[in-house]
Design a protein around this ligand. Structure first.
Ligand SMILES: [Zn+2]
Length: 85
C-alpha cells in the first residue's frame, strides 16, 4: 500500500517523448486567396450507402466529419472553384 509520506522522495521519470506545442507550428490557411482565414468549423456530410455495398443489405446513411473555412466556407484543403466572369 502506498503511503502519502513517500510522495516526492523520488522524482517521477520523464517520459522521453517530444512535446509539440501546436502554437509553435505553422498554421494552414484557407486556400482561397481572398480569404486566407486560419480557422475552420467542424461540419458533417452524409453519405448514402447503397444496399448493394451495405453490410446489412439495406440502404444506409453514414456521416463523415469535414471542416470548412470559417470565413468563406471552403472545405479544408480544397482548392477554390474559379468563378468565371
Ligand atoms: Zn476561406
Amino acid at each position: 500500500m502506498n503511503s502519502l509520506n513517500n510522495v516526492g522522495q523520488q522524482p517521477i521519470p520523464q517520459q522521453a517523448k517530444i512535446q509539440i506545442n501546436p502554437n509553435d507550428l505553422p498554421t494552414i490557411p484557407c486556400k482561397n486567396e481572398d480569404c486566407k482565414k486560419e480557422v475552420y468549423i467542424q461540419t458533417f456530410v452524409f453519405k448514402r450507402v447503397s444496399k448493394i455495398i451495405s453490410q446489412t443489405g439495406k440502404e444506409q446513411i453514414v456521416s463523415a466529419v469535414t471542416f470548412v473555412c470559417a470565413g468563406c466556407g471552403l472545405g479544408f484543403g480544397k482548392e477554390p472553384v474559379e468563378v468565371k466572369k
